[in-house]
Design a protein around this ligand. Structure first.
Ligand SMILES: [Cu+2]
Length: 120
């Protein structure tokens, strides 16, 4: 993550906080969201998760099949290739961008998914 990206993320976060008028509801709004994502014969399930702009999100990947090319996941803007051992949850922390989406994919880019920014 570059300084520019961090600034944009921080700005988006501040903007989100300052614009928020309704009190947050639910226990999950106080901490980062955790999304359980399975790797199956269909690829990532779900392959689309939603988050407000700038929100820290934990992607909890669990590979549930032995034979798949998705034995690792790469997240857009993240140089680390996260290995996915069979039946072990692997947490990847990301921050939702200010708009659009943040893509993730297997190393061959066959199976894809994304964190999609939604209005709060
Ligand atoms: Cu692949």
């Amino acid at each position: 993550m570059t300084i520019t990206h961090m600034r944009i993320a921080l700005f988006a976060l501040l903007l989100t906080l300052s614009c928020k008028q309704q009190p947050s509801r639910g226990p999950q709004s106080s901490g980062p969201d955790v999304w359980e994502i399975s790797v199956t014969e269909k690829g990532f399930e779900p392959d689309r998760v939603e988050a407000p702009a700038g929100r820290p999100v934990t992607l909890r990947f669990t590979r549930k099949i032995a034979q798949t090319c998705a034995d690792a996941v790469e997240v857009q803007g993240d140089p680390v290739r996260h290995m996915l051992p069979l039946n072990a949850a692997v947490d990847v922390k990301v921050t939702a961008p200010s708009s659009g989406q943040l893509a993730f994919a297997c190393p061959m880019n066959m199976y894809r998914g994304a964190v999609v920014v939604v209005a709060q």
